[in-house]
Design a protein around this ligand. Structure first.
Ligand code: URA
Length: 232
């Protein structure tokens, strides 16, 4: 008797769902909103919209407050996020967390997600090397991001880097030219663009890395002030 070829995929989906639900402490209890978010999570954990589900450990869905006035969007989960089933928990996540503290933003009051929900990598020996998602993968995954945003309806969505900006704004943007002015999204809310935390990790010169980190924290402070103003 031939085996159902989809069976392993369901196992992956189940594993992803368990990891994601473990992170449920970060999602406020109660309300239809939470039920809708859980339904979305369940669907996302079985996503086959692009080929990436075949290679990663699990879907890494967003997490955080469903009341958030700020939604942060990264590129895609990295190696550690893929294993943990949570966004921004690896080296870039640690830098991000520290910058949020410096900007006076409590991560637990925000919602953190990625433009692409599966880890894309190239296997080199035992190492899995990050591989940038392509336009088709960003487009396929945009549906999930739009569903997350439609539930949370944040005043401000922050694109951390070019992939997130492309997903949210729908075109290629230059970070240096777009970080000072928000873009208006289709739902009328604001999208602010800043650098991706991994960009800071990759700068070899300590002075320049410090300078860029200062600019990143400045962006975060401005975003916090703007979200507070819009929410008031
Ligand atoms: N980089 C991202 O863009 N997202 C993560 O979750 C981790 C690293």
């Amino acid at each position: 008797m031939s085996q159902d070829p989809r069976e392993p995929l369901f196992q992956f989906a189940e594993q992803g769902l368990k990891s994601a639900l473990k992170a449920e402490r970060r999602i406020e209890p109660g309300s239809n909103l939470r039920a809708s978010w859980e339904e979305l999570l369940k669907e996302a954990c079985a996503c086959t919209r692009c080929e990436l589900y075949k290679y990663g450990t699990q879907t890494v869905f967003g997490e955080g407050s469903l009341d958030a006035s700020i939604v942060f969007v990264g590129e895609q989960p990295g190696d550690q996020e893929d294993l943990a089933g949570r966004p921004f928990v690896g080296p870039a996540g640690q830098l991000f967390d520290a910058a949020l503290v410096d900007a006076g933003i409590d991560r637990s009051t925000t919602y953190v997600t990625n433009a692409v929900k599966h880890f894309k990598f190239i296997q080199r020996g035992k190492r899995r090397i990050h591989n940038k998602p392509d336009a088709g993968e960003i487009e396929a995954c945009r549906w999930w991001l739009e569903q997350e945003r439609a539930l949370i309806r944040p005043a401000v969505t922050v694109a951390l880097g070019a992939t997130a900006a492309r997903s949210l704004i729908g075109k290629v943007v230059t970070i240096s030219r777009s970080r000072d002015e928000p873009q208006t999204l289709a739902d009328g809310s604001e999208c602010w663009v800043t650098v991706h935390p991994s960009f800071l990790l990759r700068i070899p010169e300590p002075d320049r890395r410090r300078e860029e980190r200062v600019k990143f924290v400045r962006d975060l402070k401005r975003i916090k002030a703007r979200a507070e103003k819009l929410a008031a």
